[in-house]
Write a protein that binds this ligand. Structure first.
Ligand code: ARG
Length: 463
């Protein structure tokens, strides 16, 4: 970078003294918002093209500015740009450099524009593309879940409520449940695009401008659908930031719930799944250990996402309209949440590829806890025309009997069952078979093998 001849700040004529080092250190945001350089340059190019179209600046000046901006973009991408905390943020760093490259005519770039609308424009463009990136990583995770589900349609395990054995399910049904959660996340992120598609540029400091600008033109150039409606609201609005942080928090919460479930299933007590060595960690003292640290990382990270969401909500609480320096922290918060979620999704994808169900153990656990009791109650209703409550009571009596005899339900013989319900025939014994149990749940969305196969097909086509 050539030496800066004019190293005064933009407001140097009015504010004569340099800021203290401490003020410069805390007041600048360049280390954070330099990440917006591409969006900032795209916004500036669209802005000067509009200024030229509206005859506010000349053809020559427009071209000069665009030449300078493109040069700056190259310098930054090649890491040849010298960022300075003295110029606070990415917008002023770029503007200052433009002066060095093209001279005084750089001064036209900020006509009918303020950093206030500039920064929101950059930020909305950035969040829009981050949203698309997140959606495509979620798709990767869905694909991996589908792959594992496809291999495990017939893998039977206990389904839990209260972490107690409830009813038998296919392992694939759990995996497909995760897919539903991620599908909702995708929808949630996509909904946000409505607000993100409104263009802030042209709201200027807070009032709009006396220049005859064309906000529809910049909207189109920058990929927005329409300009925002009220300049004061636009400058103050960070709802789109909250939406993004909330969507991240919900997705992180989903990952956290799944991680916790897998941690439990991986515990020695449950032992329902195994993790390959790629995703476990050893202990410094206990030589035998293989700990699910990565899953714990995933479980924990939802906490920082919520923290970021709450930081932003708190910054906005009671903040009058329109711009205040308080808002500057929004970028750091968003970048942190975004990067963490992307890591979590990538890690979870890796875990899915390194996870194996312990099928025998799943079946063994599914055979305990009188897991087919509800099937027996349903059988009594369907075959002996009883009201469900009566069937429920009879079944509970049969469970009590099994408990007393220290037998599983499928170990009771017909004679024993008949002591409770004399009308029973040997046909009843089939309800204790776990495969029959799983396969009988044919209601839409239920765990029957056929339902799962169809659902897998549906999602495979979609992806
Ligand atoms: N770096 C600033 C921010 O992100 C840009 C807006 C500055 N506007 C101002 N009036 N100081 O918030």
């Amino acid at each position: 970078m050539t030496k800066n001849k004019n190293n005064q700040t933009i407001w140097g004529t009015r504010i004569k003294n340099n800021h203290s080092m401490l003020f410069q250190k805390v007041g600048n945001s360049i280390d954070i918002d330099k990440r917006l350089y591409k969006e900032d340059i795209a916004g500036s190019i669209a802005h000067v093209e509009m200024l030229f179209k509206q005859k506010i600046i000349s053809f020559k000046i427009k071209n000069k500015i665009i030449y300078g901006l493109k040069k700056i973009e190259k310098e930054i991408s090649k890491k040849k740009f010298e960022f300075s905390i003295k110029y606070e943020d990415i917008h002023m760093n770029i503007e200052k450099r433009l002066f060095q490259i093209i001279g005084e005519e750089a001064g036209y770039i900020h006509t009918a524009r303020s950093r206030n609308d500039q920064v929101i424009t950059d930020f909305k463009i950035w969040i829009k593309s981050a949203t698309q990136d997140i959606i495509s990583i979620i798709d990767r995770v869905i694909k991996s879940s589908l792959k594992l589900a496809e291999k495990n349609i017939n893998t039977i395990m206990p389904g839990f409520t209260h972490l107690k054995n409830a009813q038998a399910v296919s392992f694939a049904h759990y995996l497909m449940a995760y897919i539903e959660m991620f599908e909702r996340d995708k929808k949630r992120f996509s909904f946000n695009l409505n607000n993100l598609n409104e263009n802030p540029l042209g709201s200027v400091a807070l009032t709009g401008t006396s220049f005859n600008i064309d906000r529809n033109y910049t909207s189109k150039k920058l990929g927005f659908k329409t300009p925002t409606n009220n300049s004061i609201d636009t400058i103050s609005d960070r709802d789109f930031v909250l939406d993004f942080l909330f969507s991240i928090s919900v997705c992180a919460m989903h990952i956290s719930r799944i991680a916790e479930e897998l941690i439990i299933w991986n515990s020695d007590g449950f032992n329902l799944i195994s993790l390959s060595d790629k995703v476990v960690t050893g202990s410094s003292i206990m030589p035998q250990k293989k700990n699910p640290d990565l899953l714990e990382y995933l479980r924990g990270k939802s906490g920082t996402s919520y923290g970021n969401l709450f930081s932003m909500l708190t910054i906005l609480k009671g903040l009058p309209l329109s711009y205040f320096k308080d808002l500057q922290d929004d970028k750091e918060i968003v970048f942190r949440s975004n990067d963490t979620l992307i890591n979590c999704l990538k890690i979870f994808d890796e875990i899915l590829k390194n996870l194996n169900p312990n099928k025998n153990r799943m079946l063994e656990l599914a055979n305990s806890g009188y897991i087919t009791a509800t099937d027996l109650a349903d059988y009594l209703v369907q075959n002996h025309s009883m009201p469900f409550r009566k069937a429920y009571k009879k079944t509970a009596t049969i469970v009590n009997l099994a408990e007393k005899k220290r037998k599983r339900l499928d170990e009771l013989d017909l004679a024993e069952l008949k002591t409770i319900e004399p009308k029973l025939t040997k046909d009843v014994l089939k309800v204790f078979d776990l495969k029959n149990s799983v396969n009988s749940k044919k209601s839409y969305g239920g765990t029957s093998f056929d339902n799962i196969k169809k659902m897998i097909m549906k999602y495979k086509k979609q992806i």
